[in-house]
Design a protein around this ligand. Sequence first.
Ligand code: SF4
Length: 336
Amino acid sequence: MTDTDIRTDWTRDEIADLFDLPFDALMFRAQTTHRAHHAAGEVQLCTLLSIKTGGCPEDCGYCSQSAHADSGVKATKLMDPRAVLQMAAQAKDSGSQRFCMGAAWRNPKDKDMPAIVEMVKGVRQMGMETCMTLGMLTPAQAGMLADAGLDYYNHNIDTSPERYAEVITTRTFGERLETLEHVREAGINVCCGGIVGMGETRSDRVGFIHALATLPRHPESVPVNALVPVKGTVLGDMLADTPLAKIDDIEFVRTVAVARITMPMSMVRLSAGRESMSEATQALCFLAGANSIFTGDKLLTTGNRGDDADAALFAKLGVRPMVAEEPMRVAAELVG
Ligand code: SF4
């Protein structure tokens, strides 16, 4: 077995052994895997827009948009598609390759689908890749998104299967997998990752990567978030002022490296938490195989580093923004 093989039969022990490697050996293996499958020194730029903020009935313990949280985030209605397309045009002008749109819903209602479809078609016509994250989908809704030309659907597994119920009680890990199946069956690429630094153990991080790397087909995008603790959320309040409030930088880099090694073809995205990450840690993440970031100074509701800071870091590191290609679609017959 070589690093160029794509495997979906990873065992937890194998993944734990990767985490345990001496740091230099782990980074060497991650970078070797990365170069076998991706252009060295290129990072994809994605822009994320909240198209419907707050008031979400789900109780994800990390999320400021949950109606169960006391975070001060105001609930808004779904944005007008014309306003979304204006934001998408700005993102394209700033060099974004992918435009990701997120709505704080348990699931979209059928009455919302025409506006969603209009957004997907409009952004795609601009030549950017499209991604939506709308919560759980029915097979019919996944089909409508596929027909509109949606390139990616984001639906994170968040954490390990065994820790899931401690973080979210309003849905199950199995329901997450069901929506991922509907997305695959519709022929839409999958974006699926999670969050570390939620007070989980190393074993949970092993379980989280194991769950992703043993899906029938690896997600095309794997966002790895570092928790941004927000006051008023369950985890934000629980972790504030504890040594667990921020994941150790080296452990975060190890998680990125293990994601790269186990899912060689996937785009591994540094997502939330980058604002408080040192340049050195981000450089190590790129070395570990991360090759995608969110641009701009805001994610859904939390801060992000901003384009100037990213341009300065890219210049220091000699990293180039990835050039957009015609969005790739997964052939439905291949994903069964
Ligand atoms: S993470 Fe998504 S599903 Fe969970 S509360 Fe926030 S907006 Fe709702």
